[in-house]
Write a protein of this length. Structure first.
Length: 311
């Protein structure tokens, strides 16, 4: 079967403003939490996974706490964002069905619930470990600054969204008392830039820069966003290679971490293909639906665990 042509060579789809979009199933208050996007919070497992300590009971418990708290905090941020972006969401072919934009949930109730969820996450995080509480607070503050205006400041908006992914990884280290190496932090940073630039590229190709769904898109060309996600992908691969070849477990009989580079690059290339097709606006949907990516991901996790556990 022939591969689909690159996104920039295909006709741009037109928004069907007059065609109603089917409302997603489920109660409004459940949908407004964006539970499908909780898959992003699995990044809290990255630090203990890389350190080979994730299978320890105490570490797994700490990672579970961080995961639960980030589910609360991220949903709280989504609620606040939905209130402030309701008018823009109504112009988007998919986001128009969000409960706040669709009028199913009042803005005041959504705002109060969003603030409450974030407050609970920060306080609970601080009670578990002050470093985790500080990380949760940093996440909420950066997201508040984003919705307050930074989302209109390119390329700062890309950096702020990417910081959300980075802080998830940091929270996993804070909750499990796992030391975060420089390579790990660089990998999380540029990997996040790769995903975020891919999101923006896909959205710009699919809905255009003048649709009013995201004002910052007017400041980006498709070629610029392609440059950003391509550059970020290259740096991510180089940093991962350096981590795999210099990590504390790279001297074993079988070079498990070195072998994991193959799976990591294959996964990155498969995801990059989705970006090139302009279908990466929602990373959580790709993770949930792409069986090939899931298989590669499982193989990668097993290789990383083998490198850290098998002596």
């Amino acid at each position: 079967m022939a591969s689909p042509p690159p996104a920039h060579t295909r006709p741009r789809p037109q928004l069907a403003e007059t065609t109603p979009t089917a409302r997603p199933p489920g109660p409004a208050w459940w949908r407004v939490l964006r539970t499908r996007q909780w898959t992003k919070n699995l990044l809290v497992l990255a630090a203990p996974l890389a350190a080979g300590s994730l299978l320890r009971v105490d570490v797994a418990l700490g990672a579970g706490v961080a995961l639960a708290l980030f589910c609360l905090a991220s949903s709280g941020c989504y609620l606040v964002n939905d209130v402030l972006d309701a008018e823009q969401d109504r112009r988007h072919p998919v986001k128009r069905t969000r409960p706040v934009a669709a009028g199913e949930i009042g803005p005041r109730a959504a705002l109060l619930a969003g603030v409450a969820l974030q407050t609970v996450a920060i306080v609970a995080g601080a009670l578990w470990d002050p470093a985790l509480g500080a990380t949760m607070a940093a996440y909420s503050i950066t997201q508040a600054l984003y919705v307050a205006g930074l989302k209109h400041q390119p390329p700062i908006d890309l950096a702020v969204v990417a910081s959300g992914f980075l802080l998830r990884a940091v929270a996993g280290g804070a909750a499990t008392d796992t030391r975060l190496s420089t390579w790990f932090l660089l990998l999380a940073t540029f990997g996040a830039f790769f995903v975020v630039a891919g999101k923006r590229y896909s959205e710009r190709v699919q809905v255009g820069s003048e649709a009013g769904t995201r004002p910052s898109l007017r400041h980006y060309s498709e070629s610029y966003l392609r440059f950003v996600w391509t550059m970020a992908a290259g740096v991510t691969v180089v940093v991962y290679l350096l981590w795999a070849l210099t990590g504390p477990h790279h001297t074993g009989v079988v070079p498990w971490e070195g072998l994991s580079v193959v799976a990591f690059v294959l996964g990155l290339l498969r995801y990059a293909a989705r970006i090139d097709q302009a279908t990466a606006e929602h990373p959580e949907d790709i993770v949930a639906s792409d069986r090939g990516l899931q298989v590669v991901g499982v193989i990668w996790v097993l290789l990383v665990l083998a490198g850290a556990v098998v002596e």
